[in-house]
Design a protein around this ligand. Structure first.
Ligand SMILES: NC(=O)C1=CN([C@@H]2O[C@H](COP(=O)(O)OP(=O)(O)OC[C@H]3O[C@@H](n4cnc5c(N)ncnc54)[C@H](O)[C@@H]3O)[C@@H](O)[C@H]2O)C=CC1
Ligand SMILES: O=C(CO)COP(=O)(O)O
Ligand SMILES: [Zn+2]
Length: 352
């Protein structure tokens, strides 16, 4: 008997491009959301985009409530939930990098309101996805949440963000190659639920980004356009899968461990990129495609070594050998790597 079913949640309005921030209020208006908006942002994103959105609401006689957050934590989510309740917010707008957007996403899910994503950095694919990612103690939670009802990604703002944030977004997309390999492996070995459509979309997104690498250059607004379209596409792949599997495998486990071992040292996307080089080596061996991943990363000026991430050898080895413990997600790491194997993978690939 056929008993399968799936529920795919996607954003309704996705605006990407030059100057679209000026149309944010219009895009929100179209959704017929009711009540007062609560803007969740952090200091710099407020300056580069938040104040403009607040002013545009003001021109329509609406005064949004505003909360400024500094870190992605469950405590910050709780703070936003309380602010939303006390301000009687009808919906939330996350304006910023991954942290502000994740917090707005999870808080709105908890209180059952819609949420609009206004990224000010094209730094990773959480800007569109229905997942929040939060560290807690020795673990990392990938929390299911509703995806944004609308995404407003202004390439003028994104192109003016520090270049490293854009190369981090590129690297997060390039890591889809190994994430999909891990997903297929987990499906074969552990019957993990798998979607061929989602996997194909995720891989194609990485292919297209790498194919356009020549147009991804510092100071070119077109770079922000290419990267943001890829981030949206990767977010859609996650929505189809109903999990972050198409975009998060062992390279993400490595990065999540680094967030614990060496917090704040490097950007999420840069860490997963370097992780992806080593994870590809684990999948395909010394003559495999790990060097193609490394070359793709260096062509867009993303880090490919521990030193470029600001890490020492020991930190990389510790993250590699303990990555399998951080979450219950089956990958090529299996029950873990010993130190000798980790050293070999990191050395052969030139990471250390
Ligand atoms: N939900 C998901 O699927 C995912 C969530 N994440 C989460 O996202 C967070 C990392 O996100 P990031 O964006 O890398 O970090 P972030 O949100 O901390 O932003 C990095 C820095 O860039 C600044 N910034 C942002 N836009 C700027 C602009 N236009 N001009 C100047 N500065 C600007 C921010 O103020 C911040 O200081 C982590 O908490 C991570 O766990 C990461 C990947 C996926
Ligand atoms: O970073 C992500 C996808 O790029 C989200 O992955 P996690 O589920 O590992 O937090
Ligand atoms: Zn990621």
């Amino acid at each position: 008997m056929f008993e399968k079913s799936s529920w795919i949640r996607l954003p309704r309005n996705v605006l990407i491009g030059h100057g679209v921030l000026d149309r944010a209020v219009e895009a929100i208006d179209e959704l017929h959301l009711t009540g007062r908006p609560l803007i969740v942002t952090s200091p710099t994103p407020r300056e580069v985009a938040g104040d403009r959105v607040i002013e545009d609401f003001g021109d329509r006689g609406i005064e949004p409530a505003v909360i400024v957050v500094e870190e992605a934590s469950f405590a910050a989510v709780q703070e936003v939930i309380e602010a939303a309740r006390s301000e009687e917010a009808g919906y939330l707008i996350g304006i910023g990098g991954g942290k502000a957007i994740d917090i707005a996403k999870m808080a709105s899910d908890e209180i059952g309101t819609g949420f609009v994503s206004v990224p000010t950095a094209a730094s990773h694919d959480g800007i569109v996805s229905g997942r929040g990612s939060v560290p807690e103690g020795d673990t990392r939670h990938s929390v299911a949440a509703d995806p944004p009802v609308a995404v407003v990604a202004d390439t003028t703002v994104l192109a003016n963000a520090p270049w490293e944030l854009t190369t981090a977004g590129c690297a997060d997309i390039i890591s889809n190659y190994t994430a999909v390999k891990d997903w297929r492996l987990a499906n074969r070995l552990q019957n993990v639920e798998y979607s061929e459509y989602s996997a194909a979309l995720s891989e194609m997104t990485a292919e297209m980004l790498v194919g356009n690498a020549d147009s991804i250059k510092r100071g070119l607004e077109e770079s922000a356009w290419i990267v943001t379209k890829a981030l949206v596409s990767s977010g859609v792949a996650m929505s189809i899968a109903g999990s972050s599997r198409p975009a998060s495998g062992a390279e993400h486990l490595f990065s999540h461990q680094l967030d614990r071992i060496a917090p704040g040292r490097a950007l999420h996307g840069h860490q997963v990129g370097v992780g992806s080089i080593m994870v590809e080596y684990l999948h395909s061996g010394e003559s495999g495609r790990w060097s193609a991943i490394r070359d793709a990363l260096s062509s867009i000026e993303a880090p490919t070594t521990a030193a470029e991430l600001g890490l020492d050898e020991e930190e990389v080895l510790e993250a590699l050998t303990s990555a399998h413990e951080i979450r219950d997600r089956y990958t090529i790491l299996g029950n873990g790597m010993n130190e000798r194997a980790a050293r070999e993978a990191a050395t052969v690939t030139g990471v250390i």
